[in-house]
Structures are given as structure tokens and as C-alpha cells.
Ligand binder design. Structure first.
Ligand code: ATR
Length: 277
């Protein structure tokens, strides 16, 4: 039997085991997918023991280890290297670990019908998820203007500095406190922060009203709640909206493809879209 697991902290709310175990059964693959919650202080020791333990076929890596896992992989695929984050590991037959980033293609999967019309993009946040979003959109759309807003402006500057190495476009950064509402609208607005989720459920990361036109897509990476206050307000003023669920499923499907060469059956995807969270 093949063995896969997600590693991260905390993992109590992760849907990945449910998704992958359903998909293994549906594809007739003899495999299991478990959760390994690792306290950050135990990270190095636990990862080393997983590397030394035979019988693993792959891992998903989630918050807060997507960057700290990099020294432990034996090779890293080019997109993951550019992004600076690994969320999927394939264990080869000789025990070597190959690191991939599937957040990037998962993020792009629900944008297929919009991507050719996206020229300007506003990203809220500058953490690990924002890096995958920024590289994904610059790689796939003809971006003429990319604006990043973040609570800590220096992190937004650091992100644009690493993007500039690969992509030549117009970049601007703002802090979350600055008012960018008087500026032009955007074709795509992406929230990558946790504003709108959990204890921050009533927080709006930015006021979208003056940033939206009739073609704007507002994409919130949060999937619980299914409609954040950013998404409901954006929908009210005429934007198309996308929540984080298609990305959750898209990144899982790409990991599954890397491990098994197979895709998720459509009926399972439809089931998850209805059932999660
Ligand atoms: P992820 O991998 O999900 O992106 P992360 O790397 O910890 O997680 O990044 C979290 C992002 O959400 C950051 O942009 C963070 O802003 P800072 O760079 O200023 O820390 C943002 N964020 C988290 N909590 C926030 C809050 N309460 N208010 C504003 N921004 C917040």
C-alpha cells in the first residue's frame, strides 16, 4: 500500500485527507493519506525521521512549513524554486524527495475563462500564498500593472523585488492602511490574507467599491466562510467572485497527478464543491 500524508500545524481543519482518500478509492489505487501535525519546535527532527523512514510515497506541506521544508528536498521543480515555497513532495523509489508547488496551478484553475482579459491585478497580502498567486498570474496573464498591498509594507517590497527578477511590468506597493480607493480599477483582485476568516470574519481587507469595474474578478483564497464579506460586497457592486474552494481542490488534484499520474473524477469534484466546508 502506498503512503501519503499532509504535514503542517495545526491540521485539525484540513480537508486534504478526505479529498485524497476519496480520490484513491475512486481511482482504485491502494493508498492511504494521513495527517502528521508537527509542532514548529519539533520540525527538523520529525522531518529527518520521515526522510529516514522507508515506505513513504509523498507529502503535502502546509502552513507554516512551506518554506522551511526546502532544505530537506533533494531537488526542486522550477516553479517551486521561483516561488520559494514547496507544498508537495514526491518520494522517488530511491528515497529522494522532489519538491513541487501546486498552489500556483490550483490558484489558476478557476481563472481559465478570465485569464486572457486580465491586464491589471491587485494582490492583498505578501506571505507564502501571495507569492504563489503573484508568480502564477505573472506567468499566465499579460499583466501590465501589479499592485501589492500588505500590512507590513516591507514584505510587499521584498515580494516585488523577487518578481522583478523574472517579470518586467509596472509594480506598486501600498500598506494596508493607505487609501488606494481613488486609483483606477483592477481586472483581478485577490485576497491572500486571513482577513475575513475565523475570528477575523467581519474584517474587510480593503474596500473594493472604487476598485471594481463591470469586468473585475474578485478572488478570495478563503473558503470558510464560502462568501467572505469582501466577496459579498464585491458581488453587490457588480464583480464576478471566486472563493478558495476551487483552488483547494485544484492544488490537491495537481499533487495527486504528480503522485499517481491520474486526475480527480468530475463527480467527486462536484461533491466536494457542495460539501466542503
Ligand atoms: P500564507 O502562507 O497563508 O500566505 P503567511 O505567509 O503567514 O501565510 O502570510 C499571511 C499574510 O496575511 C501576510 O500578508 C500578513 O500580513 P503581514 O505580512 O503584515 O504579516 C497577512 N495578515 C495576516 N493577519 C493579518 C491581519 N490581522 N491584518 C492584516 N494582514 C494580516
Amino acid at each position: 500500500m502506498k503512503r501519503f500524508s499532509i504535514i503542517g500545524f495545526p491540521l485539525e481543519h484540513s480537508f486534504s485527507p478526505e479529498i485524497h482518500n476519496d480520490a484513491f478509492i475512486a481511482n482504485g489505487i491502494d493508498a492511504t493519506y494521513s495527517k502528521i501535525e508537527i509542532k514548529p519546535c519539533d520540525f527538523a527532527e520529525t522531518i529527518q525521521s520521515l526522510k529516514d523512514e522507508p515506505g513513504w510515497n509523498g507529502f503535502n506541506v502546509t502552513i507554516p512549513f512551506k518554506q522551511s521544508i526546502i532544505p530537506y528536498v533533494d531537488s526542486i521543480e522550477s516553479a517551486a524554486k521561483k516561488i520559494g515555497a514547496v507544498n508537495t513532495i514526491r518520494v522517488e523509489q530511491d528515497g529522494t524527495w522532489i519538491g513541487y508547488n501546486t498552489d500556483y496551478s490550483g490558484f489558476l484553475s478557476p481563472l481559465k475563462n478570465y485569464i486572457n482579459n486580465i491586464r491589471s491585478c491587485l494582490i492583498i497580502g505578501a506571505g507564502g500564498a501571495a507569492r504563489a498567486v503573484a508568480f502564477g498570474i505573472l506567468q499566465s496573464a499579460q499583466i501590465e500593472r501589479l499592485v501589492i498591498v500588505n500590512r507590513t509594507i516591507q514584505k510587499a517590497r521584498d515580494l516585488t523585488d523577487s518578481l522583478k527578477i523574472f517579470y518586467n511590468t509596472e509594480y506598486e506597493v501600498f500598506s494596508l492602511q493607505e487609501n488606494i480607493s481613488a486609483r483606477q480599477s483592477f481586472d483581478l483582485i485577490v485576497n491572500t490574507t486571513s482577513l475575513g476568516m475565523g475570528s477575523l470574519q467581519n474584517e474587510l481587507p480593503i474596500n473594493p467599491e472604487s476598485l471594481i469595474n463591470k469586468n473585475t474578478v474578485v478572488y478570495d483564497l478563503i473558503y470558510n466562510p464560502a462568501k467572505t464579506i469582501l466577496l459579498s460586497l464585491s458581488e453587490k457592486v457588480g464583480a464576478s467572485i471566486i472563493n478558495g474552494l476551487p483552488m483547494l481542490i485544484g492544488q490537491a488534484e495537481e499533487s495527486f497527478r504528480i503522485w499517481t499520474g491520474k486526475l480527480f473524477p468530475d463527480d467527486l469534484k462536484q461533491k466536494w464543491l457542495k460539501q466542503i466546508p
